[in-house]
Design a protein around this ligand. Sequence first.
Ligand SMILES: NC(=O)c1ccc[n+]([C@@H]2O[C@H](COP(=O)([O-])OP(=O)(O)OC[C@H]3O[C@@H](n4cnc5c(N)ncnc54)[C@H](OP(=O)(O)O)[C@@H]3O)[C@@H](O)[C@H]2O)c1
Length: 395
Amino acid sequence: MIGVSVLGSTGSIGRSTLDVLARHRDRYRVVALAANRDVEGMLRQCLEHRPELAAMADVESAQRLREALGREGAGIEVVAGDEGLAQVAAHPGAQQVMAAIVGAAGLQPTLAAVRAGKRILLANKEALVVAGALFMEEVRRAGVEVLPIDSEHNAIFQCLPPGDGSLDEGGVSRILLTASGGPFRTLPAEALETVTPEQACAHPNWDMGRKISVDSATLMNKGLEVIEAHWLFGARPDQIQVVVHPQSVIHSLVQYVDGSVLAQLGNPDMRTPIAHALAWPARIESGVAPLDLFEVARLDFEAPDTRRFPCLALAFRAIETGGTLPAVLNAANEVAVEAFLGGRIGFPHIPRIIEAVMERTTVLPADELETLMEADREARALARELVDGFGGAAG
Ligand SMILES: NC(=O)c1ccc[n+]([C@@H]2O[C@H](COP(=O)([O-])OP(=O)(O)OC[C@H]3O[C@@H](n4cnc5c(N)ncnc54)[C@H](OP(=O)(O)O)[C@@H]3O)[C@@H](O)[C@H]2O)c1
């Protein structure tokens, strides 16, 4: 039996992970779960999957969960806060950890899992955006495997040559990262002024959490993925091309120097990359319907429009500059997306806030975690000021 801990179990990726695990109870055991405030969701998961340990980042939520599980006589230990998340990440019964907390909040627990020597199933792309160099250095030091869960990176992983060699050594000329284009792909710039959070979260192909849905609508999600691909695969920014592919059937492609292009295809359902990473190098059933190419019928491709969606260009600028700038980009984006979801700013304010924060920031080398955390804090404070300014203007 393979023990699995799930960080962010109540979210979209967390729930899909538990769905795949439940199909293979003879092979996997859920040993620990962690979330933030969703006590009802966590209670249901605990009663169904019977982990040994559950953590809530929010201390008051942990207390409510403890009482509710006590009433059920479940015998599940409940822990709280950062320490509780770290305990789930490093649980001795887990060989694999699904890192699916959203945002920079996932960095420290994911690092705890790396340091504890677990196989990392990495959904939390923000961990790599904030601290890519340090994260990959910890991975090397601990000698752990990192399996990408992002469908694009999972596809690239499947199409790359085996082994740890560089892209050049493997004959890879380019990574082609596909993007659906999001719900506003065909909207004119003026119409973007008035789009609502509900429209932004109504993704045409994927059913995801609210933050990544907005990231997908602004194309920041693709920008974060460019940075993620840089660190995961050692790809220079000029080796990564973003291709808009509205059907989301090709999850990404790898181009070789001999002209070959390998692609991974499938229905847009995160249970495929989750099952792939859980079982790698074996294959297990995921619950995803087989791809029907006659139903798909056609595959379209177009170039991304960075004029209407400037976030993608901002992310390229961040990774080309390096240092603390990707952490700044990420922090400003998290604040701006939260403000948009809360109805405090308009959709076009998101890139404006991120760009303004990036321009007002002094970029430092990213060789210490504390430097990155400080850059993150400063960028959030500055972004909040700008939100207040734009919110007043918008209101
Ligand atoms: N959804 C997708 O299809 C998809 C695809 C590729 C990559 N990803 C990546 O996977 C990650 C998760 O995305 P998602 O869509 O599953 O997000 P989501 O549905 O919003 O779920 C987020 C999860 O993180 C937990 N969480 C939030 N803040 C936390 C904190 N401070 N401490 C501990 N736990 C916290 C939430 O707990 P509560 O429920 O208690 O708030 C929830 O379990 C993101 O990094 C995203 O970019 C997602």
